[in-house]
Design a protein around this ligand. Structure first.
Ligand code: FES
Ligand code: FES
Length: 182
């Protein structure tokens, strides 16, 4: 096979770099949160937590550590507890996200877990409470709220700087039969 002049010129030509795609360019996405669809355009690296708080105004979900250690950012994704600080918003497309705001409508009765936290005085500053409640609901549905030892073990990913743990355990044990029977 003989190389033509054109072939050899191509072989010697320096590679022309392609323009780099801007990783911050907004990407359209649709997220279903608390039964409502939100059309967003986000940096593809946006966490679900930041999407909720900064782009949907759902500030009930709290940012504690922002790296998976405290549980303050816990939400439900398709009913499963999820650390929203460690999840990309894009991963939640096509799924049902529930936040603390979605547990009861304004003016309606509180969710049994919310009511139990009030009844048992299961918070002090309240910063960890939304994450505690979302995690506790999932804990009940997982079948991990049968007794105190289980609740302590399966709620251990949710930290409380105010150390309201004894009352949190009481609240979860109180609400569990009401949720299971609902
Ligand atoms: S903010 Fe997500 S685990 Fe702490
Ligand atoms: S109530 Fe203050 S961190 Fe839990």
């Amino acid at each position: 096979m003989t190389l033509t002049l054109l072939d050899s010129a191509r072989a010697e030509a320096p590679a022309v770099p392609l323009p780099a795609a801007d990783p911050r360019a907004p990407v359209p996405m649709s997220l279903r949160v608390n039964g409502r669809d939100h059309q967003l355009a986000l940096d593809i690296r946006t966490s679900l937590l930041d999407a909720l708080r900064e782009h949907m105004g759902l500030t009930g979900t709290k940012k504690g550590c922002d790296h998976g250690q405290c549980g303050a950012c816990t939400v439900l994704v398709d009913g499963k507890r999820t650390l929203s600080c460690l999840s990309l918003a894009a991963m939640a497309e096509g799924r049902d996200v529930t936040t603390i705001e979605g547990l009861s409508a304004p003016g309606a009765a509180l969710h049994p877990m919310q009511q139990a936290f009030i009844d048992h005085d299961a918070f002090q500053c309240g910063y960890c409470t939304p994450g505690q409640i979302m995690s506790a609901i999932a804990c009940v549905h997982e079948g991990h709220a049968e007794n105190e030892a289980q609740v302590r073990e399966y709620m251990s990913g949710n930290l409380c700087r105010c150390a309201a743990y004894p009352n949190i355990v009481d609240a979860v044990l109180d609400a569990a039969p009401k949720i299971k029977g609902a």
